[in-house]
Design a protein around this ligand. Structure first.
Ligand code: ADP
Length: 262
């Protein structure tokens, strides 16, 4: 058995597309089926979420603070567990993976957070390369892939800088490089622009769009309505514990309710 076999028998691909098992290729990349989650009894956060995301989609997940956006993402990369329901990622039920299968899951999902989650005392290079550690790749290949990832986020030549001295926008670019360096099938972004000013937020959104154009599925959670209006995209609202697609052309008002176009 090679070290790439296991409950998720996907190779850490060097080329987009080569990472999917044959049977998973024909299924949606992600399906939430009747997912329930509460942290306290009597106040469920998710109350029967049904959501299907196809391979290659770019989806905004929105809703007011506290609606459950982070919870939805955390259930997917198994930092939380569901109370009930199924979450199928590439055909596997994430909710029922054994603990020793979780690293296989996380190889296939890159996550970007609002607060970057870098190690400030490490170099930019080290912060990105750490995501490849689990793959035990030869050093030369790690160097090549980190270099490519930094180039994609516009940070070529910055590998030796300490992460802690970079600006917020640059730190988020490092975090994005770390999320994409393993060429995951799916990128999850949890309020990735929440700590950035409006122009930087649009730049960072543009970076996710470029990654998406390269073939990666992107789920982008934000409560920033201005970002939703930058380009028409699929928008899913979390509302009273359920996920609803916002029909194209219908805006969301300041109370996070739908508003018909004038
Ligand atoms: P959002 O990302 O949309 O702001 P969250 O998923 O962070 O929403 O939170 C949804 C609700 O669940 C909030 O009421 C929040 O306080 C609660 N919550 C989130 N994480 C926890 C936790 N670990 N323990 C208890 N309550 C939590």
């Amino acid at each position: 058995m090679s070290r790439f076999d296991g409950p998720f028998a996907f190779r850490p691909a060097l080329r987009a597309g080569a990472r999917f098992s044959r049977e998973a290729k024909d299924r949606p990349i992600l399906t939430f089926e009747s997912v329930f989650k509460s942290y306290r009894s009597g106040s469920p956060v998710l109350r029967g979420v049904h959501l299907t995301i196809e391979r290659g989609e770019f989806v905004f997940v929105t809703g007011p603070s506290g609606a459950g956006k982070s919870t939805l993402l955390r259930l997917l990369y198994r930092s939380e567990t569901v109370d009930d329901g199924r979450i199928l990622f590439l055909g596997k039920d994430v909710a029922r993976l054994k603990d020793d299968a979780i690293p296989f899951l996380r190889r296939n999902i890159g996550v970007v957070f609002q607060d970057f989650k870098l190690v400030p005392a490490w170099s930019v290079y080290e912060n990105v390369a750490v995501a490849l550690e689990v793959l035990s790749l030869p050093t030369r290949l790690v160097r090549t892939r980190v270099g490519e990832a930094l180039e994609r986020v516009g940070l070529s030549g910055r590998g030796d800088d300490l992460a802690g001295v970079l600006s917020g926008g640059e730190q988020q670019r490092v975090a994005i490089a770390r999320a994409i360096v393993g060429e995951p099938a799916l990128i999850l972004a949890d309020e990735p622009t929440g700590n950035l000013d409006p122009q930087l937020a649009i730049d960072i959104l543009g970076l996710f769009e470029e990654i998406h154009e390269g073939g990666t599925t992107v789920v982008f959670a934000t409560h920033d309505r201005t970002l939703l209006e930058v380009r028409p995209r699929r928008v899913v609202v979390l509302d009273e514990g359920k996920a609803l697609d916002v029909p194209q052309g219908i805006a969301i008002d300041s109370d996070d309710h739908y508003r018909l176009p004038n």
